[in-house]
Design a protein around this ligand. Structure first.
Ligand SMILES: Cc1cc2nc3c(=O)[nH]c(=O)nc-3n(C[C@H](O)[C@H](O)[C@H](O)COP(=O)(O)OP(=O)(O)OC[C@H]3O[C@@H](n4cnc5c(N)ncnc54)[C@H](O)[C@@H]3O)c2cc1C
Length: 486
């Protein structure tokens, strides 16, 4: 019987109890346990090693950071298989990460190893067959730029830094959702390593049940090493109209009424998000609207005029390549790592102006009471007409009827503010649920805090099938930390 990693704290640093490597041996280091089974290019470090920070997968948020006892960065798919097998045999918990953008409640109490997928960073484009295949270490930026350079495009998230597969296996929403649906809707097949360390393929024709489950609940079933997607010819030669508006607090109701006019009739090429934030210099809340239109300014003009009529204090129109637009997430600091940031989220199928107004007022009061709170509240609007074309039964991701994706990014520098932030945001979530247009909470797992539960992420109706598949593919709960299905 080998030692559970959870017992590590009792062992002297340097000689970490990863397991009894040989009879009579009390413990061995992470290097001793894995090194002889993997290729030399695989990097291994215990958390006390000098090179640990270069081996461990970087995290975006400092909130609920796991206590990694070690990290492994596999060089090949075969290495990754071995790492999973050895970890499972030795009862060593692990989380495989890429972009590091998916913190969840409870992960702060996780002890185990990090498997850094960063070396699997290839993007292969097959323009003749309109396919792209990405590795587990690929970031959205690699996909966005790779396709842009060959005159193609794909629906992704809006930032450049999250892991492409990490975003996909939750659903994958972004400014092209209106045109092409979710990332899972263009996913053709995956290769993945299961809890037994087996390499399997999943697609509509191969392990189709598993393919259903990984399109929404992918974190619970294995490590996807490679994903192949359909791609599209570039829209408008890859250029986008992007407009930023800033509204003073007094305009909030007028702006929310403007947003409501898009309920049920948002054009496919038009996406926008509104960001409630606090301007500490003027000591007032303000709302920033970012509007994106996949066409020339002349086509976007009616929508620009609509938002302009709501009285912004700033309006800035740009016309730029898709890649420049995506890159703004980097220059705007969205991808900055190391801050304490948690998230709360909910989906709506309608805009209820009075609820938005009440939320805006509550946010303003919270900003004033808590001067160190620097969080934001975001309403993302994507047309769901294309998303609804895929039958609900195709994927475990159930919430195709969401038209507004509400997300908070709760940033605060003083960790002791955490409980107050959580209480406040959970209260806001409860309030907004009452006018969400849905009887039960519709929560996008990739934006979730982590307390909502499996029915809110995957629907009560999907749970029996999902749990049955879990019992087949991962009966011992090797995967899915932060995403409990029970
Ligand atoms: C700044 C920012 C912007 C975002 N923008 C969007 C957006 O526009 N649209 C959107 O839909 N979402 C967006 N998200 C949410 C994002 O989809 C999730 O956070 C997603 O989990 C990120 O994946 P990751 O690889 O970066 O994170 P990680 O923390 O590395 O992984 C998150 C989870 O996925 C698992 N995982 C990662 N890779 C694999 C794999 N290859 N196989 C199996 N499991 C894997 C991990 O084990 C972990 O459980 C954003 C998040 C942030 C922080």
């Amino acid at each position: 019987m080998l030692t559970r990693l959870l017992a590590l704290a009792a062992v002297a640093p340097g000689l970490v109890a990863y397991g009894k490597k040989a009879p009579g041996r009390a413990a061995c280091t992470i290097e001793e346990l894995f090194e002889s089974s993997v290729s030399p290019a695989t990097e291994i470090a215990s958390s006390t090693d000098a090179n640990f920070s270069s081996v461990v997968g970087p995290r975006w948020s400092a909130w609920e950071a796991p206590a990694w006892s070690g990290a492994i960065k596999p060089a090949t798919e075969a290495d990754l298989q071995k790492i999973v097998q050895i970890s499972v045999e030795n009862n060593i918990p692990f989380i495989a990460t890429n972009g590091g953008h998916g913190p969840k409640q409870g992960q702060g109490s996780f002890t185990g190893i990090n498997i850094n997928l960063g070396s699997f960073n290839t993007v292969s484009i097959d323009t003749a067959n309109n396919l792209v295949t990405v590795g587990a270490g690929v970031k959205l930026w690699d996909v966005q730029t790779g396709l842009y350079n060959v005159g193609k495009e794909i629906q992704t998230g809006n930032s450049i830094c999250p892991g492409a597969i990490g975003v996909t296996i939750g659903a994958g929403i972004g400014m092209m959702t209106g045109m092409y649906g979710l990332m899972i809707d263009t996913l053709k097949s995956v290769r993945m390593i299961t809890a037994k360390g087996q390499l399997v393929k999943a697609s509509a024709t191969e392990n189709s049940d598993l393919f259903w489950a990984i399109r929404g609940a992918g974190v619970n079933f294995g490590i996807v090493t490679e994903a192949t997607y359909g791609i599209h010819d570039q829209t408008n030669e890859g250029n986008v109209t992007a407009v930023t508006f800033v509204y003073a607090a007094a305009s909030n109701r007028t702006l929310f009424e403007t947003m409501k006019t898009f309920d049920g009739n948002q054009p496919a090429k038009l996406s926008f998000q509104t960001v409630i934030q606090f301007n500490r210099a003027s000591n007032a809340s303000q709302i920033v609207v970012q509007l994106w239109y996949f066409g020339p300014v002349s086509e976007a003009q009616p929508y620009i005029d609509t938002f302009a009529a709501a009285g912004p204090v700033v309006q800035s129109v740009t016309y730029l390549p898709q890649t420049d637009l995506y890159y703004q997430s980097e220059t705007a600091g969205v991808c900055d790592r190391g801050h304490i940031i948690s998230a709360h989220s909910l989906g709506f199928n309608q805009t209820v102006v009075s609820s938005y107004e009440a939320h805006f007022a509550d946010m303003t009061a919270f900003y004033i009471t808590n001067p160190s709170f620097a969080g934001i509240s975001v309403f993302q609007y994507y047309s769901n007409k294309q998303t609804l074309k895929t039958p609900a039964s195709e994927t475990v991701f159930p919430w195709r009827d969401i038209q507004v994706w509400w997300l908070t990014q709760n940033q605060y520098s003083d960790a002791s503010l955490g409980p107050q932030v959580d209480k406040f945001m959970i209260g806001q979530r409860t309030n907004l649920q009452t006018t969400s247009g849905f009887d039960t909470p519709h929560v996008y797992f990739n934006y979730a805090f982590g307390d909502e539960g499996a029915a809110a992420w995957y629907s009560a109706a999907n749970l029996p099938r999902l749990r049955k598949l879990k019992s087949i593919w991962d009966p011992n709960f090797v995967f899915g930390n932060g995403a409990p299905l029970y």
